[in-house]
Design a protein around this ligand. Structure first.
Ligand SMILES: Cc1cc2nc3c(=O)[nH]c(=O)nc-3n(C[C@H](O)[C@H](O)[C@H](O)COP(=O)(O)OP(=O)(O)OC[C@H]3O[C@@H](n4cnc5c(N)ncnc54)[C@H](O)[C@@H]3O)c2cc1C
Length: 842
């Protein structure tokens, strides 16, 4: 029988069961011609019977037909195997490829089930990647939020003792869970990891969140909202079985390291604008609403503290593009946390807060329970609470910035006036910085250095700012008692430049050559899936710049009358020739020109070298750079770290325009300088051991020395978590529960990120590489690599995903049925005909 008839037959049946069985044109075409154009020549009656049984949803008949004559699969193979014939595979093994095209659309379950049964008969590999599309069935299901297929495959795999590979990556380098999460199919992602749901029906839930900074707080809020706002899924009697313990070593929960009053002053400003700083992942405007409420209640001025007084942050209605003090953000997080603790309690969820409490150790999961060992004064005094241990069913690590191992102090750290940043105003006062006018040295010139500069120069005794429109003027205070010169600050760094200024136009540009998708394609095409080397990446960057600036490629001479070729990316990276020794430089001119560029945008005189564009390109490269960097050889990484990371740092951590203007005003007032220091020559204590001799190069490259009584060190926040001296990390490493490596890295020894689970959290891996799904984490701590460092918008995004997964686990544990956690799962019937549905079929 010609294949057209077979297709017609199938279609007829499909039509007669229009509401339950589908067969769209594309599928029929594929049945007729397959993805590669191999037609069915002479399908046997058996095949027709199989199609008929599929159409009738008679799975037993399908199974029986295949079982009775396994060879029938060979007849199907021209359709399902594409170019490959049955002889291309080992005896008895068939790839799954033949089924994937059916499963790639929101397929009707019986059809898929029939195909799976067929696979069982021929021992197919469930994890086979479809060579045409580069995806497994799991991927297809994930792309389509096809939960029923997923569950069926899981059941099928369990029954047939097959293993589904959840970590298999498609040609976009994504695991099925990443695909699902990327498309917002959280329910799918939950069910994707059945091992996380294995404690179904085991009873009460106790989650311990270790660390209540931005990450822990963001997770808690999302979890509580997820439960109390879905009463159909989480009725009150169920919520009574949920307990959450919030543990932090600090006295106030919700702050974390960069936003605490202990470590920061109100003159330290956020480097992400207000619109991006919501701690509540269900409500992106939450921080703006908080500011608005404070303003309307007349409490904003007090909340902003000195930042308001100096005009760093205007006491005005909320400004989405404004930058607010970090301590103000910390207060916001604490207030929101307090609010949601109250709400949780009203709904019967038990919440215990343990401030000033350190988690020293978390035991290995034993029958689904982990023992959390605690140390802390508050804890033991809590009436009725266990003295030093908690048993938790889930432990979430949000321990954030790590404590560095105390190495032998460097000589310059031994002077009494040495202060490690971040440090609060109170710490500076206690050290005696404001006793009398002095010249403070700041080691570093990054964002933390700016905190130190503002911490000193904006002290009420030292000076103040006035504003004319957007232009500030700095007024140094002369010490009336001594009549001495005002306080001064000099910053020193190897590069001798400030961070770049964040342009007000923050749009991302659509990268052509360096988008993650293009990078993946190039990687596949040029390097068999391996990372491209540094040289090739630089060429891609050159292409990108040329493309976006609409200029000839570097090195290609322009014809007379044409625009000059652009400088190469390398040159663009180093506009001041900062990397070349002995070249005169002036960081202030650079800041001033950045400020001008930000004000003017990329038009007019800026068109030749548009900085905003440059920023957008380099900034937009982060997603791909993280991947590229991790794939490089250790040598390429070292080359990059030495020669190229400055521009990325510039784009990764630029300073707010406001801060740049204030720095310029301070410099103009003669109280602030920034100099480059010799590469290998550290500052030295002088003979009295109380002062420091700091060597530096002046503007014309002449070597000089300044003497200081106070040194603010702002370079201490490294990015190697192996140096974490925290008891918990040390205990985890000692017990083999924590391995600091990334399994994807070509040389794991060299990689200092944790294993990042595909739900965007990380799970601890033991030395055997086994996950501990009961124990997760996210946030800064888990992203130790330079290119993985996460700011609030990112960690809050991660916590959203983790919370969704927890919510499913909780309900499964409590009610024994994972599907109860899926109130919004769409039914899978005949696919729609809208453009989106059409697209998803491709
Ligand atoms: C100086 C500085 C400024 C920054 N500014 C910004 C900014 O303006 N905007 C932005 O988006 N990002 C900023 N960041 C990035 C920062 O990483 C994130 O904003 C965010 O703080 C990360 O939150 P976290 O909760 O993961 O970590 P953390 O804030 O470090 O919080 C972790 C918490 O866990 C506690 N803890 C740790 N170990 C234990 C233990 N064993 N037991 C109990 N408690 C423990 C700690 O005490 C701490 O409170 C800044 C970072 C720094 C260092």
């Amino acid at each position: 029988m010609p294949h057209a008839l077979a297709c017609g037959f199938f279609l007829r049946h499909a039509g007669s069961h229009a509401d339950t069985v589908w067969a769209d044109e594309a599928m029929v075409k594929r049945l007729g011609a397959s993805d590669t154009g191999s037609p069915i020549n002479q399908p046997s009656f058996l095949i027709m019977d199989i199609f008929e049984a599929i159409a009738k949803k008679d799975l037993h008949a399908v199974a029986a037909l295949i079982k009775n004559d396994p060879q029938v699969v060979n007849e199907l193979s021209p359709v399902f195997l594409g170019n490959k014939g049955p002889g291309d595979y080992p005896e008895g093994v068939r790839p799954l490829m033949w089924a994937t095209f059916v499963l790639r659309t929101p397929a009707d379950t019986p059809i898929a089930e029939a195909l799976l049964l067929g696979m069982a008969a021929v021992k197919s590999d469930l994890n086979e990647i479809d060579v045409f599309a580069g995806r497994t069935v799991l991927h297809w299901a994930a792309y389509n939020d096809n939960l029923l297929i997923l569950q069926m495959m899981q059941k099928f795999a369990a029954e047939h003792k097959l293993k589904l590979n959840y970590n298999q990556r498609d040609n976009g380098n994504k695991t099925p869970t990443q695909v699902a999460l990327g498309k917002g199919f959280h329910q799918f992602a939950k069910i994707m990891a059945p091992e996380r749901l294995k404690n179904a029906g085991q009873g009460p839930v106790h989650l311990a969140i270790v660390g209540m900074g931005a990450t822990g707080t963001g997770l808690f809020i999302r979890l509580i909202r997820g439960m109390v706002e879905a009463p159909a899924v989480y009725p009150r009697e169920v919520l009574k079985q949920v307990r959450i313990s919030l543990i932090d070593s600090k006295t106030v929960l919700g702050r974390g390291m960069p936003y605490s009053d202990e470590l920061n002053s109100s003159t330290s400003i956020l480097n992400v604008h207000a619109a991006g700083m919501s701690i509540d992942s269900t409500d992106g405007a939450d921080f703006l609403n908080y500011i608005k409420d404070k303003y309307l209640q007349g409490d904003l001025e007090q909340g902003l503290g000195e930042a308001g007084f100096h005009g760093l942050t205007p006491v005005a209605p909320p400004n989405p593009t404004g930058y607010y003090p970090r301590t103000f953000f910390g207060k916001y997080c604490t207030e929101r946390l307090t609010h949601w603790i109250e709400v949780a309690k009203q709904y019967g969820i038990s919440v215990d807060a343990y401030p000033t409490t350190v988690v020293a150790k978390v035991g290995k999961p034993d029958k689904g329970v982990m023992t959390v060992e605690l140390k802390g004064s508050e804890f033991s005094t809590k009436p009725g609470a266990p003295t030093s241990k908690l048993d938790a069913t889930h432990v979430f690590n949000a321990t954030g910035h790590w404590e560095h191992k105390v190495k032998a102090a460097k000589p310059y750290e031994t002077i009494p006036g040495c202060i490690q940043f971040p440090a609060s105003r109170a710490t500076l006062e206690a050290k005696g910085v404001f006793k009398q006018p002095t010249h403070v040295a700041v080691m570093g010139s990054s964002l933390s250095a700016i905190d130190a500069v503002f911490g000193v120069l904006l002290h009420p005794q030292v000076g103040h700012l006035t504003w004319e429109g957007s232009k500030p003027t700095y007024h140094p205070h002369v010490d009336l008692k001594s009549g001495k010169m005002p306080w001064r600050v000099t910053c020193y760094s190897r590069r001798g430049v400030w961070p770049k200024v964040r342009p007000s136009d923050n749009r991302d540009v659509d990268a052509k050559w360096t988008s993650p998708a293009m990078y993946e394609i190039l990687r596949q095409v040029f390097n068999g899936g391996k990372s491209l080397d540094l040289k090739t990446c630089v060429q891609l960057l050159d292409n990108e710049m040329a493309e976006l600036y609409n200029r000839p490629l570097p090195g290609v001479g322009a014809k007379p009358g044409e625009k000059k070729p652009l400088p190469s990316v390398m040159e663009m990276f180093d506009p001041l020739k900062l990397l070349a020794e002995g070249v005169p430089r002036n960081p202030w001119n650079l800041v001033a020109s950045d400020v001008r560029d930000c004000d003017d945008g990329d038009s007019g005189s800026n068109a030749e070298r548009p900085w905003v564009r440059w920023y957008q390109i380099i900034h937009g490269l982060f997603p791909v750079m993280t991947r590229v960097y991790r794939g490089w050889s250790p040598k390429d990484r070292a080359d990059f770290d030495k020669n190229l990371n400055t521009p990325f740092l510039w784009a990764f951590a630029p300073m707010p325009l406001h801060s740049a203007r204030i720095l310029l005003a301070m410099h103009e007032a003669g109280v602030l300088d920034l100099f480059r220091t010799p590469e290998e020559e550290a500052p030295k204590p002088n003979a009295d051991k109380k002062h420091l001799d700091y060597p530096y190069f002046d503007e014309v490259g002449a070597k000089k020395i300044n003497t200081h009584e106070f040194l603010a060190i702002t370079t201490g926040l490294g990015s190697d978590v192996r140096l974490d001296a925290g008891e918990l990390t040390q205990a985890d490493m000692a017990s083999g529960q924590l391995t600091i490596q990334d399994q994807d890295a070509p040389d794991p020894k060299d990689e200092n990120t944790f294993f990042l689970a595909d739900d965007d959290s990380y799970e601890f891996l033991d030395v055997q590489g086994n996950h501990s799904p009961a124990r997760r984490g996210v946030g800064f701590f888990s992203h130790a690599s330079y290119f993985m460092i996460q700011a609030v918008p990112a960690v809050v995004g991660h916590t959203r995903n983790v919370a969704e997964l927890y919510l499913a686990e909780f309900i499964t544990r409590l009610l024994g049925d994972a599907t109860k956690a899926i109130p919004e799962q769409k039914p899978f019937g005949r696919p729609g005909t809208g453009p989106q549905d059409q697209k998803s079929k491709l």
